[in-house]
Design a protein around this ligand. Structure first.
Ligand code: BTN
Length: 279
């Protein structure tokens, strides 16, 4: 396909492919809802990881809203060093640049935006599983529908930019047996094919909406929405790593900085990162 854009630096060139018609049409129709994403979306048939491509753009000064969408990734990354299987057409693979201010609650913000996007675009009742898994929980155990990978780049002790990558499973893929039982897709949950362009537009519109809320300081509204979309964060039995080994407790919601609170006996542990096992 002919390249439609090119960014050149002394050492590097990032070229994009022609935006497919379904994406181009939907993005144009919804431009008024897309905030800083308008005019900053770049498409590729295949990349290693959309986070890597956006990182190269951000390094050379790409502004907030610069976004890379790919049809396939050959080295998609998940959290905690895991890989993210990204075959062509099976998922939506997207990364975007965010710059200060108000980037502290970005992953929480993305969870809300994407859960709402999936509800709007496909009428699938997506929920958030702390910290930022998109899941469907009708018929436990949860099945994962998507995930978010935020990577921050700092200069000194100041965050310069955050790359927010997300993957949403559109249709089933040949997942390895160890994950197949824990994964689902929009098509499977909706019971019919879901338009990828609708999922992309609603995702970006949701991110633009909640980003504006964060910039206006409406943290309480965001936290309230996150809590409503994450019923498992309150009352579920969990196991976490503590100073004295793995311990069982009860999830008690998130605090205002996004940490998961876990009640163990009389005390409350604050989990910032790390593996939480839902029992
Ligand atoms: C997770 O582990 O749940 C996070 C998965 C994030 C996957 C997305 S797909 C687009 C972007 N590019 C990557 O390499 N990873 C993220």
């Amino acid at each position: 396909m002919p390249p439609n854009c090119e960014i050149a630096t002394s050492t590097d060139v990032v070229v994009g492919d022609l935006l497919p018609e379904d994406f181009a049409g939907a993005l144009a129709r919804h431009a008024s809802r897309l905030g800083s994403f308008v005019g900053r979306i770049r498409y590729f048939d295949e990349v290693t990881s959309t986070n890597d491509v956006v990182a190269r753009l951000a390094e050379t000064g790409a502004t907030e809203g610069t976004t890379v969408v790919a049809a396939a990734q050959t080295a998609g990354r998940g959290r905690r060093g895991r890989s993210w299987l990204s075959p062509a057409g099976a998922g939506l693979y997207v990364s975007a640049v965010f710059r200060p201010p108000a980037i502290d609650l970005l992953t929480l913000m993305a969870g809300v935006a994407l859960a709402e996007a999936v509800r709007r675009a496909a009428a699938v009742p997506a929920e958030i599983k702390w910290p930022n898994d998109l899941v469907v929980s009708r018929g436990r155990p949860w099945r994962k529908l998507g995930g978010i990978l935020a990577e921050a780049v700092s200069v000194g002790n100041r965050v310069d930019y955050v790359i927010l990558g997300f993957g949403i499973n559109l249709r089933g893929a040949a997942y390895p047996p160890q994950v197949a039982a824990r994964v689902t897709s929009l098509d499977e949950q909706a019971g019919l094919p879901v338009e990828r362009s609708a999922v992309l537009v609603e995702s970006l519109a949701g991110l633009a909406h909640w980003r504006a809320q964060l910039l206006e300081g409406r943290v309480d509204a965001l936290l309230a929405r996150w809590r409503a979309l994450s019923p498992s964060s309150t009352g579920a039995r969990v196991e976490i790593e503590t100073g004295s080994g793995r311990q069982e407790g009860v999830a008690a919601g998130i605090d205002e900085r996004g940490a998961l609170l876990v009640r163990i006996g009389e005390s409350v542990e604050r989990v910032i990162a790390g593996e939480v096992t839902w029992l």
